[in-house]
Ligand binder design. Structure first.
Ligand SMILES: [Zn+2]
Length: 639
């Protein structure tokens, strides 16, 4: 289901429930006809939506105990990378974040959601079907009429938590402590079950007969689950220790930045044959392993909340706390992420809070243990430029953009990091800004060694070095150039991927959102952020080109629209001798396109396993699409 459609459904359901409540309390706000029109619209999009049949917001009857046909085991756990590598034993594994939520089992019969149960003790859980029907990401029916069990994690993102808190307070309910507890709380409650619509669900496993589950790898399993309308976690194929280390680094970034609480990572062998072969102990499967950073929690009191303006103009809060020792470090402040976070938890000086530090991950706020007195005061003006602040949705923003020193220095600092300009520290940049030597990023390239030498503690040799380091970045790779523009929603890997489709700056600047969405792995939201972001950065890009920057475009064997595979779309199924990403890049470099599902536009399906019963193979046979071996593809690539 498309995000827009999901949003539309959620909006309609919320409206319907609101008007239902108003009607039953004798205060209708719209006519019966207008109400019927809302129901008709929702019925058209999702005829089984629980809002259509809801009378009040109560679940009926007692929570029923239900036995899990195959037990929901816990996972083996390690804190050591070495142990993980030993367990990997040269196999390709698939890594994904471990969501700190509640496990659910969804039973589908002929493609219809029949039963949803909590994990419970792993053998017996509770029937939560009526509540789970409210969760958009647990589809009521699947495109295929299959008998399966889908397992996953139900959770509440920070963003959803904030909305949920407001709704609960509006209904006179108690403020929930944290997202994890409220998920368990609402699933176990009989009243206000419609609040479960604030929850989300990630599917991570599917059980059923081999005849209905046509895949042989963990990666294909995720793709199949997505085809059935489930949301899956971001997942990465990992071949060796280097890739594992890179993955864990990326996980740390996600743990700090994502809207979802993760408490580690989960790994599984990619080959499902190995899963069957290894089986499970009484406690945990042998083919999966979780990794955690050793974590320690502590309590601390908030002394005050400081606000700082980021390069994107967001004004973000930091709690200054009474110093505490945690995992061998003295902690004096804790990021509170954003204004929404402060509002959702009603954070203020005097609050006793619980914090956690896992490994080298930045210490994090967990929950309020004992609220302080009084109310929190919101900052009214930007702490950097004193411009009155605005609420942009749930975020507090300084509207001054480049006129705000904090945003300018943050922007330039981000450029310096992305362009890997050595020796240019934030302190030096601050001196340059104060001396008026630099007011925008392009100014860096106008600096001469003589000018640099006027900076404090900068001798001739250092000035020369700085000058050369800056000059070196004139010809940086285009992906790094774009990354340096600090566009929200895109990282270096995003730009590299985009450049495979839009080979130079000019074509990328003219890319439209629809074109980006067509690329596999691009959500509508990030497509919009990227297109809008590039548009907003036009003056910066032009200024950089004007001072003579010549970003290097990636080398391609063929011009766009040319090459031996020009205009042909290929789909891959099953494991090949190289990673799928690598093969897809080779196809694109030869002018072809790589698709994720077989359609009449597919030129050939590439596989080394012609006996596979995968859904892609079935579809290709139905549509009469040629099947190519990897070897055949390699020959055609050279043609
Ligand atoms: Zn400002």
């Amino acid at each position: 289901m498309k995000t827009q459609e999901r949003e539309k459904i959620a909006q309609l359901a919320a409206d319907i429930l609101r008007h239902k409540r108003l009607y039953y309390t004798g205060k209708p706000q719209i006519s019966d006809a207008a109400y019927d029109a809302l129901e008709a619209q929702l019925k058209q999009l999702d005829s089984e939506h629980p809002a259509l049949s809801a009378v009040g917001s109560e679940a009926s009857g007692q929570a029923k105990k239900v036995t899990h046909e195959s037990p929901m085991l816990s996972l083996a756990k390690t804190y050591e990378v070495d142990e993980l590598v030993g367990w990997q034993d040269g196999e390709v594994i698939v890594g994904s974040p471990k969501v700190d939520g509640n496990s659910l089992s969804l039973i589908y019969r002929a493609g219809h959601l029949l039963l949803a149960k909590t994990r419970g003790d792993g053998r017996v859980g509770e029937d939560v079907t009526e509540k789970v029907r409210w969760i958009q990401e647990c589809p009521a029916r699947l495109p295929l009429a299959v008998d399966i069990e889908v397992r996953g994690e139900v959770y509440c993102s920070t963003h959803a938590f904030s909305a949920l808190v407001e709704e609960m307070l509006a209904r006179g309910l108690e403020r929930p402590n944290n997202p994890r507890n409220i998920v368990a709380g609402l699933l176990g409650r009989k009243a206000h079950i419609d609040l479960c619509q604030h929850f989300q669900f990630f599917a991570f496993d599917v059980l059923g007969s081999e005849a209905v589950l046509p895949f042989t790898s963990e990666t294909e399993k995720y793709a199949w689950l997505e085809q059935q309308g489930f949301v899956v976690l971001p997942h990465t194929r990992i071949q060796d220790r280097d890739e594992l280390t890179a993955f864990l680094e990326e996980m740390k970034r996600r743990m700090n930045e994502d809207e979802i609480a993760y408490d580690g990572a989960v790994f599984a062998y990619d080959r499902l044959a190995l899963h069957r072969q290894l089986g499970a102990t009484a406690h945990h499967p042998r083919f999966k392993m979780s990794f955690k950073w050793p974590g320690q929690t502590a309590e601390a009191t908030i002394e005050r909340i400081d606000w700082a303006t980021s390069r994107l103009g967001l004004v973000t809060p930091v709690a200054v706390i009474e110093p505490v020792q945690l995992s061998g470090a003295k902690i004096t402040n804790i990021t509170l992420h954003n204004a929404e976070h402060v509002r959702a938890y009603d954070l203020k000086p005097g609050d006793r809070i619980e914090i956690i530090r896992s490994g080298e991950v930045i210490p994090k706020f967990l929950q309020v243990v004992q609220p302080g007195k009084g109310a929190h005061l919101w900052p009214e003006v930007c702490p950097s430029c004193s411009t009155p602040l605005q609420f942009d949705g749930v975020r507090l923003k300084c509207p001054a953009s480049s006129a705000c020193p904090a945003q300018t220095s943050g922007f330039i600092l981000n450029w310096i990091r992305c362009a890997e300009i050595e020796d240019l520290s934030d302190k030096r940049l601050e001196q340059m800004l104060q001396a008026g030597l630099v007011t925008e990023v392009a100014d860096l390239y106008k600096l001469t060694p003589e000018v640099l030498q006027t900076l404090p503690a900068t001798k001739e040799k250092m000035a020369q070095k700085l000058f050369q380091n800056i000059q070196k970045s004139r010809a940086l790779p285009l992906a790094k150039f774009l990354n340096g523009l600090g566009i929200e929603g895109a990282g270096l890997r995003t730009w590299e991927k985009l450049l495979e489709h839009f080979p130079d700056l000019e074509s990328l600047l003219h890319a439209r959102e629809e074109q980006l969405i067509e690329i596999e792995g691009f959500a509508a939201k990030s497509a919009e952020q990227i297109v809008q972001g590039l548009k907003a950065r036009r003056p910066v890009i032009e200024a950089l080109l004007k001072v003579g920057l010549t970003p290097k475009i990636p080398e391609r064997a063929y011009a766009p629209g040319e090459g031996p595979l020009a205009g042909k779309q290929f789909v891959i199924t099953g494991a090949l001798s190289r990673s799928r990403e690598e093969i897809e890049a080779m196809i694109r470099n030869a002018g072809g396109k790589a698709g994720s599902s077989v359609s009449k536009n597919t030129f050939a399906l590439v596989t080394n396993d012609t006996d596979t019963g995968s859904s892609k193979m079935k579809k290709a046979k139905d549509l009469g699409i040629p099947i190519w071996s990897e070897e055949r593809l390699m020959v055609e690539l050279q043609a």
